[in-house]
Design a protein around this ligand. Structure first.
Ligand code: NAP
Length: 240
């Protein structure tokens, strides 16, 4: 539980489902004021609807959050969209849609919260990228490219805003049991079932959203202030 002097206002994008929902719950349990941004409304307290690829929509939601919960000094970017398609069949519009959510969405949200963090001379940003950006992944070129961009953006932001007391890190999950993963399994897109993948995972289990949430909780904490620009894999040893 966070000391009351260090209770912060946190925004978690994609907080209505899967990994983002687990991160929001964990930060709430740690004592923070947590707002979630998602495409659809959720039952969670402080749930706001916004499309992270649309700057006006992000700005409007963040303004509401500031009014209700105060300046935002923790941001976790977990909203994401995937695409399985042979590269030669991807048209540029579809490619741009994936980049618009996964990479430009991080651009919009980070840029929109930076004034609060710079004013406070304190901030924590965690970007949920993907282990596929480490390994590459066939049929997922648009997704992997967008997530590799997130890793590069993370490292560069860390260098640029470290002097303002803001840390920026990425957590690339690998194989976490969420609606996104199960949908891919049901469509036969995983190259095997989740059970078969577990047998190829060193720790012999599928990841849980709570595993990613635990890493985020640490990275947004006071004591993680000397950690920035890092890509902290949480993947059961699938990628090292
Ligand atoms: P999920 O259950 O599908 O959650 C993603 C959430 O993001 C959904 O609520 C989705 O809303 C929302 N979202 C999508 N586009 C959005 C937009 N434009 N604006 C606002 N919200 C948007 O997926 P997840 O597995 O928890 O994934 C969370 C993050 O982890 C994603 O960035 C994903 O790429 C990454 N990741 C997951 C895994 C894994 O194994 N699960 C592995 C590597 C990386 P809708 O449901 O309405 O679309």
């Amino acid at each position: 539980m966070t000391d009351t002097s260090t209770v912060r206002t946190a925004v978690v994008t994609g907080g209505g489902s899967g990994i983002g929902a687990a991160i929001a719950e964990r930060l709430r349990n740690d004592g923070h004021r947590v707002a979630i941004l998602d495409l659809n409304p959720s039952d969670a307290k402080f749930s706001y609807v916004a499309d992270v690829s649309d700057r006006a929509s992000v700005d409007a939601a963040l303004d509401e959050i500031r009014k209700e919960l105060g300046p935002i000094t923790i941001l976790v970017n977990a909203a994401g969209r995937e695409l399985y398609k042979r590269f030669h069949n991807i048209d540029i519009e579809t490619w741009n849609q994936i980049v618009a959510v996964n990479l430009n969405g991080v651009f919009h949200c980070v840029q929109a919260v930076l004034p609060d963090m710079r004013d406070a001379q304190w901030g924590r940003i965690v970007n949920i990228s993907s282990s596929s950006a480490q390994s590459g992944q066939q049929f997922m070129t648009a997704y992997v490219s967008s997530k590799a961009g997130v890793n590069g953006l993370t490292k560069s932001l860390a260098l640029e805003y470290g002097p303002d007391g803001i840390t920026v890190n990425a957590v690339p999950p690998g194989f976490v049991d969420t609606p996104m993963l199960r949908k891919s399994e049901a469509q036969g897109l995983l190259g095997g079932t989740v059970e078969e993948h577990i047998q190829r995972t060193p720790v012999r289990r599928v990841g849980r959203p709570e595993d990613i949430a635990a890493a985020c909780a640490f990275l947004v904490s006071e004591e993680a202030g000397y950690i920035t620009g890092q890509i902290l894999g949480v993947n059961g040893g699938r990628n090292t």
